[in-house]
Design a protein around this ligand. Structure first.
Ligand SMILES: Cc1ncc(C[n+]2csc(CCOP(=O)(O)OP(=O)(O)O)c2C)c(N)n1
Ligand SMILES: [Mg+2]
Length: 668
């Protein structure tokens, strides 16, 4: 009778699959998977609550591989435990169309909770997931009914620790007391350039203790027993997040490359792979997993049992709280309340009627006041600019370590950490995060914005103080190239509304979007509300539309404007109209939305034959050449702003109705 395989042999299955897949692809990172295999074996076989047959089970533990270059570790785990990742998929590691991409990509294979690779961000995603768990638990659990009760586990390497975002995310996690977050630090002393002691000498243990974390130091990452004890201790502490610091050897098992940077990011080579097999005592060929190892890894039965136990708990909950149970499922499915469209449209019509002159940031807050009561999933926040971003609406209640039942997160001055955490909140499900900062400081968060778009997550990014119009704070705070930058990001929807109506429409679009993020760009200064009849009002949602025209038929010229500059365009058009010119003003709050309309619609708004075009926006001019072509003119910024009252700046930089009028006259 053969005994159950030893933990080391089970971990060696990960090592073999990882080094073989990297060898076959002649590309990839064997070191981290081989170094963390023992930790992964203990966590995944002994603790992780998951069901390979249902990767979307709402109360599964979340697992994030923040050191995403070690992707073969995750693919091996998914394959071995029984997710839909086949041996052929492993053999096609890093090939076109394979679910086993270079770095784990959300949506490519079941069981990948987030896209990782940009170091440190996976950790911040994990913090967001743990925030979401804690908030959903506080909102939905009832005495004796813990239907939301799962851990978030995160692997991270030296690179994640060195990245600044690890500070933002860890600091916030400590303050919020995310007791169900457990991170593992792969302390192998190696990064790409070699031994890290030349560039990374932090006392990581004391650093995380200072954040308020529970830290378990000096764990031998190759001792299954020590790792098991550490995880048990981590799980016992439900008040603080835990960091388990594991000493490991990168490339463990490779006689000539373990412990060295050579094993970090290149195939070991055929000879070394053979030597490693020998050293590990792994007697099986490439991609060959013996039955007893496979059976020991298979998580189908255990997973089905765990989910069934949860289902039983959920059924008991549903029996006692039927409406709450339905609401929970609705929110986890990401479905909006049935009456959302109707409520939103009623508010949009109200805005048109009221014709209030307010800053669009204030219009945004008014919209939140209108939409918020019907959208309990809406989860606000700001990077310490709540009063400036106007992200706090009447129904906001802040969360804290002791009480997470609210709907507003004070992220602190942590734009990148906030945005990456919001991605994690989206990925977790059940909440719809929006978070604010000044548009200029979007750049601090830039890569998390990109990751939201890449992962198709409906993150709502609120950016106020959108131009030189913010005035006296000066050029450090005045965005110039940021709007263009956002517009050039694939799958990001960008809106810069000109008044209360466009603001409400933009919010409706953002809330309804389910396959990508939306950037909402708002002014600090007051903006008049435009006149629109019903037909024009209906076109606002198309992202670009004819707001007015001073004559009939084909216009002589078209002015394209966004946000605060629509007012200038209208003034210029009216002056030109009074002089007998037939000029059209196109308001273009969302270029991407306009470009997603039919060609006929686009042609009706911007007839190709009309080449006398002027664009006006208090941002970098370059973006608009796409619409004005070589014959057109652009009124906007070509350099940085300055510190002065907004009105003076508009005159100084020649962004005025007169300038727009002159530009039109010059192109007609
Ligand atoms: C933000 C970011 N910067 C740089 C890289 C490129 N990169 C990938 S792995 C790595 C070194 C990581 O070192 P460590 O986390 O210690 O990984 P190990 O070598 O131990 O596997 C770097 C610089 C990246 N993926 N993301
Ligand atoms: Mg390392």
């Amino acid at each position: 009778m053969s005994s159950a395989p030893a933990a080391r042999d089970l971990a060696n299955a990960i090592r073999a699959l990882s080094m073989d897949a990297v060898q076959k692809a002649k590309s990839g990172h064997p070191g981290a998977p081989m170094g963390m295999a023992d930790i992964a074996e203990v966590l995944w076989r002994g603790f992780l609550k998951h069901n390979p047959a249902n990767p979307h089970w709402v109360d599964r533990d979340r697992f994030v591989l923040s050191n995403g270059h070690g992707s073969m570790l995750l693919y091996s785990l998914l394959h071995l435990t029984g997710y839909g990742v086949s041996l052929d998929d492993l053999k096609n590691f890093r090939q076109l169309g394979s679910p086993t991409a270079g770095h784990p990509e959300f949506g490519d294979a079941p069981g990948i909770e987030t896209t990782t690779g940009p170091l440190g961000q996976g950790f911040a995603n994990a913090v967001g997931m743990a925030i979401a768990e804690k908030m959903m638990a506080a909102q939905f659990n009832r005495d004796g009914h813990a239907i939301v009760d799962h851990n978030t586990y995160c692997f991270m390497g030296d690179g994640c620790m060195m990245e600044g975002i690890s500070h933002e995310a860890a600091s916030l996690a400590g303050t919020l007391g995310l007791g169900k977050l457990v991170a593992f630090y792969d302390d192998n002393g190696i990064s790409i350039d070699g031994e890290v002691e030349g560039w990374f000498t932090d006392d990581t243990v004391e650093r995380f203790r200072a954040y308020g974390w529970h830290v378990i130091p000096n764990v031998d990452g190759h001792s299954a027993q020590e790792v098991k004890l550490a995880i048990e201790n981590a799980r016992k502490n439900t008040d603080q997040p835990t960091l388990i610091c594991c000493k490991t050897i990168i490339g463990f098992g490779s006689p000539n490359k373990q412990g060295k940077e050579e094993s970090h990011g290149a195939a070991l080579g055929d000879d070394e792979v053979a030597l490693t097999r020998e050293a590990l005592g792994w007697k099986h060929g490439p991609f060959e997993i013996p039955d007893e190892i496979r059976n020991a890894w298979d998580a189908h039965d255990a997973g089905a049992e765990k989910e069934a136990a949860w289902q039983q708990r959920f059924d008991a909950y549903r029996a006692e709280f039927p409406e709450l149970a339905d609401e929970f499922l609705r929110r986890m499915r990401g479905e909006l309340p049935a009456d959302f469209d109707q409520r939103a449209d009623a508010f949009i019509a109200e805005c048109q009627q009221a014709k209030e002159k307010v800053a669009s940031r204030k219009a945004s807050q008014n919209t939140l006041d209108a939409f918020g009561p019907g959208l309990p999933e809406l989860t606000g926040g700001s990077a310490d600019l709540g009063g400036s971003n106007n992200t706090v609406w009447k129904g906001c209640t802040s969360i804290s370590a002791d009480d997470c039942s609210g709907n507003y997160i004070h992220y602190g001055v942590r734009e990148f950490g906030m945005t990456a955490a919001m991605n994690g909140i989206c990925l977790h499900g059940g909440l719809r995060p929006y978070g604010g900062t000044f548009l200029t400081f979007m750049e601090y968060a830039r890569n998390a914005v990109r990751m939201a778009a890449l992962m198709h997550q409906p993150n709502i990014l609120v950016y106020t103080h959108d131009s030189i119009g913010l005035g006296e704070d000066g050029p450090t705070h005045q965005p110039i190239e940021q709007i263009a930058n956002l517009r050039m990001t694939p799958n990001l929807s960008t809106w810069r509304p000109c008044d209360t109506v466009e603001t409400a429409v933009a919010w409706k679009h953002a809330v309804k979007r389910d396959d990508g993020p939306t950037a909402l760009i708002f002014s600090r200064q007051g903006l008049p509300c435009m006149d629109r009849d019903d037909a024009v009002l209906a076109n606002v949602a198309k992202g670009g539309y004819t707001l007015l025209q001073t004559g009939d038929g084909q216009p002589e010229a078209i002015i394209i404007a966004t946000g605060s500059e629509v007012e200038l365009a209208v003034q210029a058009a009216e002056a030109l109209g009074a002089a007998g010119k037939n000029v059209r003003v196109v308001s273009m709050p969302s270029v991407d939305t306009f470009l997603s309309q039919s060609r006929d619609y686009q042609e009706a708004v911007l007839p190709a034959a009309v080449r006398a075009r002027v664009a006006v926006e208090a941002g970098i001019t370059d973006y608009w050449y796409r619409f004005t072509g070589l014959d057109g003119k652009i009124v906007g910024m070509t350099g940085f702003g300055a510190s002065a009252p907004a009105g003076d700046l508009y005159k100084h930089f020649n962004i005025t109705a007169e300038a727009v009028q002159a530009a039109v006259e010059s192109v007609i």
